[in-house]
Write a protein that binds this ligand. Sequence first.
Ligand code: UN1
Length: 503
Amino acid sequence: MVALAEQTAELLHGLGVRLESPGQHALTVRSPVNGEMLCDVPTCAMETAFSAIEAAHRAAIAWRRVPAPKRGELIRLLGEELRAHKAALGRLVSIEAGKSPSEGLGEVQEMIDICDFAVGLSRQLHGLTIATERPDHRMMETWHPLGVVGIISAFNFPVAVWSWNAALALICGNAIVWKPSEKTPLSALACHALLERALTRFGDAPDGLSQLLIGGREIGEVLADHPKVPLVSATGSTAMGRAVGQRLAARFARAILELGGNNAAIVTPTADPDLALRGVAFAAMGTAGQRCTTLRRLFVHRSVHDGFLERLKAAYASVSIGNPLDGHLVGPLIDAAAFSRMQAALDAARTAGGTVHGGERVGIAGCEGGYYVRPALVEMPGQIGPVLEETFAPILYVMRYDDLHEAIALQNDVPQGLSSAIFTNDLREAERFVSDDGSDCGIANVNIGTSGAEIGGAFGGEKETGGGRESGSDAWKGYMRRATNTINYGSTLPLAQGVSFDV
Ligand code: UN1
């Protein structure tokens, strides 16, 4: 096989990335597939971050005057670039984030989907007309761009999450400044280059509309603190979101936070066992447990528990683990630190009385520098210890339940609230789960696992997941400000609430 560094250089070239010489402040990028060094990337100095935000601010002032459907044309062109470069970008994501080819391509498809969605939306940034109590008056609601939108993204979806934010922010008339994960700057450079191409084809967009700032925490802090950044959309850990959210709140700026998930599924007595098994397996082991939507807790009804667990154990014991570029279903963890955190969680589970199956490091020939693990299935006596935390690794804690209300209460009884699922063929159980009295998460599915959401729905969750919504439905409203306009087309000045003030 051609070395990954060489493949990466070729992919970057084809995607239009021209790497500057890294200088002193280089970031070394490694592939989690085999630990191989891919290249050195220059990082952004603090002064550059400040000037990029100023440039984006100037661009936003011009961009907001471009009609929204015309702004949509830019995203249509971005969608074309993504279609044309789907294979290359998907491959780059697979190499840099350690995903299977199918998942790498799926991520780019998610970008294409949000572009299509945003193009349509660019003609539908609708406000309401509202009945007014005053004669010869009209009241309406209008939506306006915010200005510069900061985007902070994580390593596990290095391109799709940017595109959800970028596509919506841009059609809504904003400029964007992106701080990607330090673990996946190459995918970010590629996205940025494809957007630059779309901008060139578009023709007369203002300079500086899209900025990419590669660097560490200090860059995120600049975005969180800068008075010319009215909104930051941040995806990552709850600790990161807490820090960013508090800094934004201190200056009354807005946040869209998409943070940790500790997602659960309930397998009921009437569940279709084959479907439930596949749903659980993909959600728990796919992307090596490194999705914010990964299934981490499983409640199985006592009457079907033992049989389901046996089948699950067999699936865990036989799943193909290995180089994801060769199509193995379970690829590597992102790095050594992720492996240590996984082992620490498994130790804590044992201390809390859990029985651990799997979880050990697996050696893969040719990929010795990668951190591959057998996904872990942990039988837990209750929802205690590490079960209450999100560990970004393939660990599934399995517990029994007797009564659905009890299972729903347990599923809700964690600090996080992103995604959830029930496997049932009982209408009452399904409806209960999605009712006011059911799952408290931003995503609640029936007969589907917790991960793999489509872009058409609003994506995000409650509690420590941060409360933000990205992607579909009316998530676009988060990228705009709302104005209520009252227009008097009469020649008198009636006051609301019947107040009189005659001077
Ligand atoms: C994430 O892990 O941050 O629903 C995003 C899913 C994907 C997105 C995950 N569409 O699993």
